[in-house]
Design a binder for this molecule. Structure first.
Ligand code: SF4
Length: 410
């Protein structure tokens, strides 16, 4: 497939054209309309990096490199690449991704749930507000829309929401516990145009996963959900989290072996964050040693399995090393979060609200976020793991408050 990328929203790059063409796993580019060596280097570096890491799959003629990135060449990826150039070359802050909670309901009561403590006093967003919010996110430049919960499959209108995201503008994915991911539901998500599903798995040991989820059969639901999603032709990711303890115990290795056996495309390892159900667990977050163990294990797994499953770790993206310096803390940088009750927050793990999408536009809330003293600077490490940030903002939230707490009230 061959597609010409143009950048109409970057006045300085009006003449730039990149012809992006994939032949098998390799993507080639032909650049014209710029004499800047730096711009040429950046473009070559970006596509060269992806050629080096290799594809996860091919979808409708485009190469898939990650479940968080539109496949390329594609119109959605051209939009994403415009935002990337805008942010790297001109330091403009345009979001690439949003996670949207669509319900607070869930069948489980997980120990580590990030939504624990969230307000139950307001209803979940209506379909009309959600659809309007999705459109406002797309208008702002977002190219990755992730539906979360609670458990998003508990909403019958999820497929309608997914259909409202044009694949030419953005990819959409769903984070799920897979309990309701039957063959019929997986097909219906595929028909609606979802890019992929991210299924949560806490341990490769069935009894341990069931214990952490608080329900016998939870592990079996993951196994069946993965199978149903793959059979429906969906991209499938497993999402899990690294605590200090489970990283030191090399928990990633058996999870990766299981995912390889199942045919999973990608494994996302999020850092355990002191928030929600883990708020008062002092030694849960990664320290230097456990971070190194996790990093080494992820390299080992990626070498062992070459193509899929590929492991990506949050602890690398906010480590401040190498290419990850372009990423860092995603909040107010590449993404934001909207809770199921309409609160606009920096990310799913930060219990601070900048306002309500029911009464304010996403654009105005984003501008409020990126101009706030806590978020106006690029930060390489995770703010929620930064003792200074926590002292200044999180520790000041009055006890027993409904979360997320309005930052303006601190
Ligand atoms: S604070 Fe930043 S790095 Fe930490 S979880 Fe949120 S977005 Fe990710």
């Amino acid at each position: 497939m061959r597609l010409e990328y143009r950048f109409p929203n970057i006045p300085e790059l009006k003449k730039l054209s990149i012809v992006v063409e994939n032949k098998g796993d390799i993507v080639r580019t032909v650049i014209s309309g710029t004499n800047s060596l730096w711009i040429r280097f950046l473009i070559k570096f970006y596509f060269g990096f992806h050629n080096k890491i290799g594809t996860l799959d091919n979808l409708d003629g485009s190469n898939v490199y990650s479940m968080y990135l539109p496949p390329f060449p594609s119109l959605a990826h051209a939009r994403m690449f415009e935002v990337f150039l805008s942010s790297v070359l001109f330091k403009r802050k345009i979001p690439m991704a949003v996670t949207i909670g669509i319900t607070t309901r869930c069948q489980y009561h997980c120990v580590h749930c990030s939504a624990k403590g969230r307000s139950k006093s307001r209803p979940d967003l209506s379909f009309d507000v959600l659809r309007r919010t999705v459109q406002q996110c797309l208008d702002l430049g977002v190219t990755n829309i992730t539906f979360t919960g609670g458990e998003p499959l508990l909403r019958d209108d999820l497929e309608q929401l997914i259909s409202s995201v044009s694949p030419d503008q953005a990819i959409s994915q769903v984070f799920t516990n897979a309990l309701a991911l039957t063959p019929k539901r997986a097909k219906s998500l595929k028909d609606a145009g979802v890019f992929g599903v991210q299924i949560s798995l806490d341990s490769a040991d069935p009894a341990e996963h069931d214990r952490l989820r608080g329900l016998d059969g939870a592990f079996r639901a993951v196994e069946e959900g993965v199978r149903n999603a793959l059979n429906a032709g969906l991209l499938v990711g497993i999402s899990t989290y690294a605590t200090r303890q489970n990283a030191l115990s090399h928990n990633l290795i058996p999870i990766a072996d299981l995912c390889a056996q199942w045919g999973v495309h990608e494994i996302s390892i999020f850092d355990a964050i002191k928030t929600g159900g883990l708020s008062d667990q002092e030694d849960v977050t990664l320290d230097q040693i456990s971070r190194k163990v996790l990093h080494k294990d992820s390299i080992l797994v990626n070498k062992k399995y070459q193509k899929i499953p590929r492991v990506i770790t949050q602890s690398w993206t906010n480590s401040g090393s190498g290419f990850s310096r372009f990423i860092g803390c995603l909040a107010a940088n590449r993404q934001f979060h909207i809770t199921a009750q309409g609160d606009f927050t920096p990310c799913d793990f930060t219990p601070l609200s900048f306002g309500d999408v029911r009464t304010e536009s996403v654009k105005s809330l984003w501008e409020k976020l990126i101009s706030h003293p806590a978020y106006c600077q690029h930060q390489l490490s995770c703010r929620m793991q930064d003792p200074l940030f926590r002292e200044q903002y999180i520790d000041k939230i009055p006890e027993s408050s409904d979360l997320p707490y309005a930052i303006s009230d601190l």
